[in-house]
Design a protein around this ligand. Structure first.
Ligand code: BEZ
Ligand code: FE2
Length: 404
């Protein structure tokens, strides 16, 4: 058992002072030090800086480790132009990022306080790295392919990657399934993959309504995607409409990434079917997809969480940076409530969406903790200052083990 006595506990945006935390793999008790000492007289004390704060480790449910080699190769500004650039440079980017390069991406995430991540894997090149990472991992094997003639081959390839990830026997590592998007996956493939996910109780994720081009293609079979599909895939219309796509997910609550372009009817459907949204503000900005309307998500009772997306559409894998950008992107929102909501969306709400017993400083939760040096005694605007100042993370615990 360990006992830590920070000046402040923040969970996820509620402040508590004068309390200690007793934990081993899980948080066992929170209370005044003398009470915890009576309960756990043998406990080891953890030293902390004078103005220390303990908060839950951050959860990043959406990253593409295999694309960590991109810095300035891909073209930003418009989604379809970016997609053309991905197709042109995919090989060099992927070959240019070896295990060491992907391990650095995991270490960078850890150093910025991310104790759990969801890795969307296209080719399983990142399996070994994710299996060896210090963090908890949901390894989302991706299904992609809109051509019916290719469906069986693609499904077999997906299943072999999925089976390989299921072989990883490491605490905190679990296999999941990612459906690429409504425009890029044939409905027959989606059905088979989701049926498997339901039977085996696997977490699922999908990109959905990311760009104006996607919306136009799904709704009217026109726009910037029209020449793209004609040229590359000889297709004149989308393999799924938005409605048909959501229909396939009816009985499988899923983390839907981006959702910037969804209308009210679609948001209502997401809420009704128990889905969550992953908000990746930096990626949305860089790919010209606009800013999600968080108020509309809240008004339609759609839970949303924060994600970084990959280095293919971001300059960092850092949720503190992502929350700070979101704070400025959603400039009409009241400042303090937004700062608090952002912190919850990167911790407790993500844990809930992924079905994990973490993301909070509460008795019974897994002990995934950040010890942060606030330098001075915090005031009631701590949630805001935490996003603004990039305070030093002094120690990181995952399942009660010090990992950094
Ligand atoms: C496809 O495989 O059909 C596809 C992949 C990426 C973007 C669009 C379509
Ligand atoms: Fe993504």
């Amino acid at each position: 058992m360990k006992i830590i006595t920070p000046e402040t506990i923040l969970s996820p945006a509620q402040q508590l002072s004068g309390m200690s935390i007793a934990f081993d793999t899980h948080i066992r008790a929170i209370g005044p030090l003398h009470e915890l000492l009576e309960q756990f007289p043998e406990a080891e004390f953890i030293e902390t800086p004078l103005h220390s704060m303990v908060m839950p480790g951050l959860i990043n449910p959406h990253v593409h480790l295999e694309f960590s080699g991109n810095k300035s190769t891909l073209k930003y500004g418009s989604f379809v132009e970016w997609l053309y650039s991905v197709i042109e440079h995919r090989e060099d980017i992927i070959q240019g990022c070896d295990q060491q390069c992907m391990a650095k991406a995991c270490d960078d995430m850890l150093r910025s306080g991310i104790t759990t991540f969801g890795a969307v894997s296209s080719y399983a090149m990142d399996l070994e790295t994710a299996a060896n990472a210090k963090q908890k991992v949901i390894f989302f094997n991706e299904v992609i392919g809109s051509q019916a003639t290719m469906a069986d081959t693609l499904y077999d390839d997906f299943m072999s990657r999925l089976e390989a990830s299921k072989q990883v026997q490491r605490e905190g590592f679990q296999a999941g399934i990612a459906i690429h998007s409504p425009y890029s996956v044939h409905p027959a493939l989606i059905k088979r993959a989701l049926a498997h996910a339901k039977v085996h109780n696997l977490v699922t994720s999908a990109h959905y309504m990311e760009s104006p081009a996607e919306k136009e293609w799904l709704e009217n079979n026109s726009g910037e995607f029209e020449p793209f599909f004609k040229e590359f895939l000889k297709q004149d219309y989308s393999v799924n409409t938005s409605k048909e796509f959501l229909e396939l997910f009816k009985e499988k609550p899923t983390l839907m990434t981006h959702v910037v372009q969804a209308n009210d009817e679609e948001l209502k459907q997401l809420s009704k079917d128990g889905h969550s949204v992953i908000h990746c503000p930096i990626s949305n900005r860089l790919l010209g997809n606009g800013a999600i309307d968080l108020e509309r998500l809240d008004a339609n009772s759609v839970p949303w969480v924060m994600g970084t997306d990959g280095l293919s559409s971001n300059y960092a894998l850092d949720l503190f940076e992502e929350m700070k950008i979101a704070l400025f992107m959603h400039a009409d929102a009241d400042l303090m409530p937004l700062a608090k909501e952002l912190l919850a969306s990167a911790t407790s709400k993500s844990a809930q969406a992924l079905g994990l017993n973490t993301g909070e400083i509460a008795v019974g939760k897994e002990a995934d903790l950040l010890v942060i040096d606030l330098e001075t005694t915090p005031n009631e605007q701590l949630p805001l200052h935490l996003l603004l100042h990039g305070y030093n993370i002094k120690k990181i615990y995952i399942n009660g083990n010090e990992v950094s």
